[in-house]
Design a protein around this ligand. Structure first.
Ligand SMILES: Nc1ncnc2c1ncn2[C@@H]1O[C@H](COP(=O)(O)OP(=O)(O)O)[C@@H](O)[C@H]1O
Ligand SMILES: [Mg+2]
Length: 284
């Protein structure tokens, strides 16, 4: 049996740890960008982290680096106690669930809801469950889809492409979380939806994360979502973490506080831009 001390040590081990992670795209060319500049970040198991930051600050790159979409230049990424820095994307995929901004990515539009889930099962996303295409899959899926309260439980044979963006995102979220991934990555997954659908998908997101206790990184542009959801806020700027609010700090934050932090970031960006222009003009 674990002693309380051992238990607290186990609980303290972060589920995700990035140490000095660097990434540069188009290095040495005029298009060079450095979206990861020595990022250090630890995320405890069960955390629901909101990721904020201006356009191009490196939010998606952070999520992509975790998912293994590209090799990092240097540093180390640990996931669930393992050094996954060299793991290809498909190997990390069994630990990670993802939902992107575009409701059209992640599902095959001409195929039915049921066939999309069957295909995911066959591709091994559901790790060898033999019930792809079986009666059990249909029954289980119908139960889960009914919980969405979107009237989709009787439309399992309809093409996914015939559904609204909100319905598709809800299904993609269901697919991404079906087998309780160790880490859930949401990249502005409601940004392309109308306000009502966005609210619906956000409520669903919150419900699933709370019910399954999923460790989550969610990128959003919505200050309101940032205030209402999660238990930590990480604000990115120029490929690094500029602010990191823990649960207690987050509870005291208001939308206005976040907006003024953003204003400061924007001012910094303008200063960075003018400094870069000055340097350029000096050397050209
Ligand atoms: N695969 C890529 N190839 C080249 N440049 C990239 C790639 N991914 C991101 N970038 C660049 O890195 C910077 C940060 O991008 P990103 O992480 O997508 O920002 P955001 O915070 O808006 O999500 C941007 O300048 C972007 O153009
Ligand atoms: Mg992005």
């Amino acid at each position: 049996m674990n002693t309380p001390v051992q238990e607290s040590i186990v609980q303290q081990r972060p589920l995700v740890r990035l140490s000095h992670v660097y990434k540069t795209f188009h290095a040495g060319t005029v298009n060079e960008v450095r979206p990861m500049r020595g990022i250090n970040l630890e995320i405890a198991e069960g955390s629901f982290v909101i990721v904020l930051g201006g356009n191009g600050s490196g939010k998606s790159t952070l999520l992509n680096a975790l998912a293994g979409s590209f090799p990092i230049d240097s540093g180390r990424i640990e996931l669930d106690g393992q050094d996954v820095s060299q793991w290809p994307e498909h190997r990390r995929a069994c630990l990670i669930g993802r939902v992107f901004q575009n409701p059209f990515s992640g599902t095959a539009p001409t195929m039915s809801i049921l066939d999309n889930f069957s295909l995911a099962a066959k591709r091994g996303k559901f790790r060898g469950l033999a019930w792809a295409h079986s009666r059990r899959l249909r029954d289980e899926l119908q139960g889960r889809v009914r919980e969405l309260k979107m009237g989709l439980e009787d439309r399992l044979d309809s093409a996914i492409g015939s559904l609204s963006g909100g319905q598709r995102q809800a299904l993609t979220l269901l697919m991404a979380t079906w087998l309780k991934p160790r880490l859930l990555l949401l990249d502005e997954h409601t940004a392309a939806l109308d306000p009502k659908s966005a609210d619906q998908v956000i409520a669903l997101t919150d419900r699933i994360i709370a019910r399954e206790g999923l460790t989550t990184l969610m990128v959003t542009h919505s200050m309101q979502q940032a205030i209402n959801l999660g238990n930590r806020i990480v604000m990115m700027h120029s490929g690094n973490v500029l602010h990191d609010f823990d649960s207690a700090q987050k509870q005291r934050l208001r939308v206005d506080d976040l907006l003024s932090r953003f204003e400061n970031v924007r001012r910094r960006e303008l200063l960075d831009e003018s400094a870069a222009e000055m340097l350029k003009s000096r050397y050209i």
